[in-house]
Ligand binder design. Structure first.
Ligand SMILES: [Zn+2]
Length: 358
């Protein structure tokens, strides 16, 4: 490695505190310990929607500050996917996102040796800030995929609520992928997801990014799309670019050139991202808690999105049929099979003033 992982491990690997924080960020469903949104807040209003708007699909605003119109639902079941945690009603997305997920699930079977995907949160029916968990997933272009393979049978609705997340990290070790859990098929799955031109970023735990940096010997062109961030050890998060022609969608800066196996990754193996916030100076005013996001903080059009007429039913807005294949125009950029030889919860709670998903 060109940069100092070994050194970072020597210096910080034994920090019990860092290990504990890393593990607690990793575990379980997100948001359980978040406080209830106030009535009238953007979270409460968008989280209270049950159906999408009618009309054309538009992402409005930014991944972490926006909403959407014309969402469609990923069917709960397909030949190569199953949607999880159905009670959350978060299997809504831009049609391009849903088409990509269906395509990706098929390609995963064909190219990654993966039996099918379990799909976690996508977005609420009209997007917007979520009742709990996730700072992004607001415009229908983000989706979480479990690192757990789809079982060979249909899970019941109850099982989809209760199936536990499986972390890819080793317990009681600082940011280390568990070799007993991690498989090359998971590496192929990530690189397959990164191979689609319309996918701009994939968020994974820093330990997983490091594992990929250390072990992926195939084409590394798309490795830079894998972005290290807190959590994301039992699922990964696919983020699509703004679709072409989506005028209201605020694009994110493209990822930096290169594979990202550099200083930006080494940083995660230092104490800085895991250190608790500094206590205020004696006598200083305690910092104000962050203000709750209101609808007026979102792009103006999002107010109208809340007031727009609904589609008739979930069925009426469930994606599929003959339109599914034609909605997705782009294929994976490279033949993922060539790479094969070459080799949830969203962001958990974390200390203030820490790196955000970028
Ligand atoms: Zn996510």
């Amino acid at each position: 490695m060109a940069f100092g992982f070994a050194q970072a491990f020597r210096t910080f690997g034994k920090l019990a505190l860092a290990g504990t924080i890393g593990a607690s960020l990793a575990a379980g469903d997100v948001g359980a310990q978040q406080k209830k949104p106030s009535p009238g807040s953007a979270k409460a209003l968008f989280g209270g929607t049950s159906l999408p708007t009618q009309g054309p699909a538009q992402p409005i605003g930014f991944y972490a500050k926006g909403c959407m119109t014309g969402a469609v639902a990923l069917p709960t079941d397909g030949p190569t996917w199953q949607a999880m945690r159905l009670s959350r009603n978060r299997r809504w997305g831009n049609p391009a996102m849903i088409a990509l997920l269906e395509r990706f699930s098929q390609d995963a079977v064909t190219y990654a040796g993966w039996p099918g995907i379990l799909v976690g949160d996508i977005a609420q029916p009209r997007g917007g800030p979520m009742l709990n968990g996730h700072s992004s997933h607001q415009i229908g272009l983000d989706a979480d995929i479990w690192f757990t393979p789809m079982p060979g049978r249909r899970l019941t609705a109850e099982e989809r609520e209760s199936l536990p997340f499986t972390t890819m990290l080793q317990k009681n070790k600082f940011l280390t992928v568990d070799p007993k859990v991690w498989t090359q098929s998971r590496a192929r799955l990530l690189m397959l997801a990164a191979s689609y031109p319309q996918v701009e970023r994939i968020f994974v735990n820093p330990a997983i990014k490091k594992k990929m940096c250390d072990t992926w010997t195939g084409d590394r062109t798309n490795l830079g799309k894998l972005r290290p961030i807190y959590g994301h050890d039992s699922h990964f998060h696919i983020r699509m670019k703004c679709p072409s022609g989506a005028a209201g969608c605020t694009p994110q800066a493209p990822v930096a050139a290169g594979d990202g196996c550099d200083k930006s990754l080494a940083y995660w193996f230092t104490p800085a991202p895991w250190a608790p916030p500094k206590p205020p100076k004696p006598g200083a005013k305690p910092p104000k808690p962050p203000r709750e996001m209101m609808v007026s903080d979102l792009p103006k059009a999002c107010g109208a999105v809340l007031d727009s007429a609904s589609v008739a039913s979930v069925q009426a807005a469930t994606y599929g049929g003959s339109s599914a294949a034609s909605a997705l125009t782009a294929a994976p950029a490279a033949d993922p099979a060539a790479d094969a030889e070459g080799m949830l919860p969203d962001v958990g709670p974390f200390p203030n003033d820490k790196p955000v998903m970028q």
